[in-house]
Structures are given as C-alpha cells and as structure tokens.
Design a protein around this ligand. Structure first.
Ligand code: SF4
Ligand code: SF4
Length: 101
C-alpha cells in the first residue's frame, strides 16, 4: 500500500478558512529565539510548521490546521499570547470539517 503524504491526506478533508484572518498567529522572526526548541514542528500532526533554513524563520500556514491545540500546549508564546503570537479557534462556521466513515 502506498503511504500518502500529509498534503494528500489533508486534501481529503475540507477547510473553510477565513482568508486574511488567521486563527493562529506567530512571529516568524521571533521564533529564532524559541524557548521551546521549536516543539511546534514535532507536535503538529498536519505539519503546518516548518523551519525555513534559507530565510532563518519559522514558516507557518494556518490553512490545513486540524485545530488539535497541540502547538498551543507546547509553545509558551502561543499559550500565553505573547506579543506577536495568538491562538484561537476559527470563527463560527469556519475551519476544518472532519469527514467520518
Ligand atoms: S514553539 Fe512557538 S516560539 Fe518556538 S518556533 Fe514554534 S511557534 Fe515559534
Ligand atoms: S492546532 Fe494542531 S493542527 Fe493546528 S497548527 Fe496547531 S498543532 Fe497543527
């Protein structure tokens, strides 16, 4: 059986994203001084966080977020709402729609 990549798996799930109004915000440059050893990368099941070696910043894409809350738990800045960081659920009616069966 072929192992699917994360983007293929996510494409089977539907997302209604508020363009221009991300529900999770990070400061990509400030992530250079991450006190949590970039735990967001390992904790995100949807692989939304990726360290950009060329630009030396954290690349993050809220589209495809599964709203599991892991990144909020492992990142002190997201958890406390530090300057440049915030974590919220998407506004009513938007975000991920899980398909069962
Ligand atoms: S854990 Fe938080 S501060 Fe650290 S890299 Fe990830 S988003 Fe940035
Ligand atoms: S809430 Fe979960 S799926 Fe969404 S970005 Fe954070 S760890 Fe990834």
């Amino acid at each position: 059986m072929r192992r699917m990549k994360i983007d293929e798996l996510l494409s089977a799930t539907s997302f209604d994203v508020g363009e221009g109004s991300p529900h999770i915000v990070i400061d990509p440059q400030a992530c250079r001084t991450c006190p949590s050893e970039r735990a967001c990368e390992l904790s995100c099941p949807a692989q939304r966080y990726k360290w950009d070696e060329v630009k030396d910043v954290m690349a993050f894409d809220y589209v495809g977020c599964l709203e599991c809350g892991n990144c909020r738990l492992v990142c002190d800045r997201l958890f406390t709402g530090a300057e440049g960081y915030s974590w919220n659920y998407p506004e009513n009616g938007s975000g991920v729609t899980y398909r069962f069966g």
